[in-house]
Write a protein that binds this ligand. Structure first.
Ligand code: 4HU
Length: 445
């Protein structure tokens, strides 16, 4: 109704009790469960880490891409019982569409490759850093979101692609000061498991589900894994064969069991040979038990682990040659990895490798008298046009300004005072050398 004057909202929040309005319950200042805020100090660390991701991607000559965090649920409906698809952050939007907050990046990347179709020439080397979500029952108190650096090579059928991706991971660790004594990269191939299933005539259609179950080794007991394999339709003798092969400690022993003509052996030997040429052999180790938990891997798989065994996998990836064809595209070979932003920070803390990332400001500009705030703004604006980061400070005592300059690691303190201004000057204090001088305002650089 427009005949009633709106009572002007009293300023401020929550309204003071005397306003006669009920005191509003303070909102919950925490972010949603399982999610994180990034206040400045945490954001500096995150930006530093992402900068390392970007730098390694540049060095490997990968191109950056990006996708919506919101995706069609259809992209992630898979029947292999993966944890990631059982924890979808999924819902129906106001248009009745089934959508998800993406739990991983690879399916989006595959979708874009198909969408780009003939307009892109293979191979593609794409990377992105994006937030991923899962709706984890908070019983385990784990996060529901993390940021993942993904690097993917599309259209490279040979093991060179895996060797390039491992090169990126090793370069990243080296940039962070992590050595091969701190971290190793376990490598195997799902073609090992495929060969074992064929030996026992286990139907190919069970392959993805078997891999997902076998990936639980080390997380649940061996007996539980065997039980899940049996209920998935794997015969008890095949289960024994799987457990035996996965415990083999060397490629030679694997070759003795599977025979030299198995593709897995040739692929892995090629990767270890390339590793010698890249100079990162000391980082990688064959481990037949590595299968990774995503249904769509088809070949070599790898994961980085801390040798003290205190943390979960730091990153992981592998070859997924069938994923694009499951989306209706031609067969396009692909491989990639995901590298989360959380475990790596835990590792850096463990190793005392967190960088000291304090704030940094070039100039603090401070008017010594209140009526000089306009002049101080002129000085700040001129310096900012030159690209200086300037903190314009007012209504403070000079003692506070000096302490503040130290806190923000300012390079210079520019004091705007009456007597200097009358002479067209300002006073400059160089905080590192304590040098102090006057300079013409228009010569300030
Ligand atoms: O690595 C699995 C995963 C996926 C989405 C969110 C989080 Br936290 N973790």
């Amino acid at each position: 109704r427009d005949d009633i004057d709106e009572v002007a909202e009293p300023p401020g929040f929550p309204p003071p009790p005397e306003s006669g309005r009920e005191t509003q319950q303070l909102i919950d200042v925490n972010p949603p469960r399982g999610t994180r805020d990034f206040p400045p100090e945490d954001m500096r660390l995150r930006n530093w880490l992402f900068q390392q991701f970007r730098e390694v991607s540049r060095i490997l000559s990968f191109e950056e891409v990006d996708f919506p965090v919101l995706e069609s649920e259809a992209l992630f409906i898979r029947k292999a019982g993966e944890e990631i698809t059982q924890q979808l952050y999924n819902f129906e939007d106001k248009g009745g569409r089934r959508v998800v907050l993406r739990p991983e990046i690879t399916p989006s990347l595959a979708r874009l490759v198909i969408k780009q179709g003939k307009s892109v020439s293979l191979p593609l080397k794409w990377f992105t850093i994006g937030q991923c979500w899962r709706y984890e029952r908070m019983t385990r108190g784990r996060r529901r979101e993390h940021y993942q650096w993904n690097m993917d090579m599309i259209g490279v059928p040979r093991v060179r692609a895996e060797a390039e991706l491992v090169n990126a991971i090793v370069l990243l660790f080296e940039r962070l000061g992590i050595t091969s004594s701190d971290v190793g990269i376990r490598v195997s191939s799902r073609k090992v498991l495929q060969a074992v299933l064929q030996m026992y005539a286990i139907p190919e259609c069970l392959f993805a589900e078997v891999c997902v179950i076998v990936d639980k080794l080390g997380k649940i007991t061996k007996e539980e894994v065997e039980k899940e394999l049996m209920s998935a339709g794997v015969t008890s003798e095949a289960v024994k064969g799987i457990v035996e092969v996965l415990s083999l400690a060397s490629l030679d022993k694997l070759e003795a069991v599977l025979g030299a003509d198995v593709e897995a052996i040739a692929d892995l030997k090629k990767l270890f040979s390339l590793a010698e040429h890249y100079g990162y052999s000391q980082w990688i180790t064959f481990d037949a038990s590595v299968v990774r938990g995503l249904a769509y891997y088809t070949g070599i798989v790898f994961e980085a682990f801390d040798r003290e065994g205190k943390l979960r996998a730091i990153c992981g990836g592998g070859r997924y040659d069938q994923l694009l064809s499951t989306f209706g595209s031609d067969d396009i070979p692909a491989c990639g990895f995901g590298f989360g932003d959380a475990v790596i920070v835990e590792l850096l803390k463990e190793k005392g490798l967190l960088p000291d990332l304090g704030r940094q400001v070039d100039d603090i500009v401070f008017p010594l008298d209140e009526e000089l705030e306009g002049q101080a703004s002129m000085v700040a604006s001129a310096l900012r046009r030159k690209g200086h980061s300037v903190d314009l400070v007012e209504d403070k005592r000079l003692k506070w300004v000096f302490k503040h300059a130290e806190r923000v690691n300012a390079s210079r303190l520019i004091l705007v005072g009456n007597s200097e201004w009358q002479r067209g000057m300002v006073r400059v204090k160089v905080l590192s050398t304590r040098e102090e001088y006057e300079t013409k305002i228009d010569e300030l650089s």
